[in-house]
Design a binder for this molecule. Structure first.
Ligand code: GDP
Length: 197
């Protein structure tokens, strides 16, 4: 699936404008600055062409990208900006929640967590929601190059243990660095396999 051409095909500010769910879908979520754009870029090697701005203060949309006619990649707006207006925050959080808990064809949510900082309250909120809606998700530790390998392993164990009681989480978690390229191929393989079923 990842050999196909990546094409932007929809941006949604409300669930009423989500495109028809014709393809298996994989969504990417996480706090702002977690490395989501860099990861999508590394995975597809084509992101630069289509990437729309995802910076604080600007309009937040859910962006849908098609990889050939095989797979839809969904870029969810980052959450947790310290300085976004409260009403803006609430609007996009509602949108993300609605997408994650109701979307037909959503096969997997990759929840990106910065290896150095670990899980925060907002991440747990999203996890709770996905557990309630039985949405399959998996944790992807990002920026593994920023800490020592022993700390990557510690973080992975800590998170996996905190999720042992959860039913919708897909273990083991994945670990990537968009900078060094570590883990990118493995993640691509995992995601391509999802598209096949
Ligand atoms: P987003 O806000 O989640 O889309 O995050 P970006 O992909 O824009 O990355 C946020 C910052 O983290 C940027 O300065 C990136 O250069 C940096 N970054 C992203 N991925 C990595 C990584 O794997 N390693 C390191 N060291 N820095 C990264």
């Amino acid at each position: 699936a990842f050999r196909n051409k990546l094409e932007f095909f929809a941006a949604a500010k409300a669930s009423s404008s989500f495109p028809a769910p014709n393809l298996p879908e994989i969504a990417f979520a996480g706090r702002s600055n977690v490395g989501k754009s860099s990861l999508l870029n590394a995975l597809t090697r084509q992101w630069g062409v289509v990437r729309t701005s995802d910076k604080p203060g600007l309009t937040q949309t859910i962006n849908f990208f098609q990889l050939g006619k095989k797979l839809c990649l969904v870029d969810l707006p980052g959450y947790g900006f310290a300085y976004a207006k409260e009403e803006v925050k609430e609007a996009w959080e509602e949108l993300v929640k609605e997408y994650v808990s109701t979307r037909v064809g959503l096969k997997r949510v990759c929840l990106l967590i910065d290896t150095k900082w670990g899980m925060k309250a907002r991440d747990y909120e999203l996890i709770e929601l996905m557990e309630r809606s039985k949405t399959k998700y998996q944790i992807v530790l990002t920026k593994t190059d920023t800490v020592f390998p022993i700390d990557v392993a510690r973080r992975a164990t800590q998170i996996e243990e905190s999720l042992l009681q959860n039913k919708s989480v897909v273990q083991p978690l994945m670990m990537v660095s968009s900078k060094s390229g570590a883990g990118i191929r493995s993640l691509r393989t995992v995601l391509a396999n999802i598209a096949r079923f």
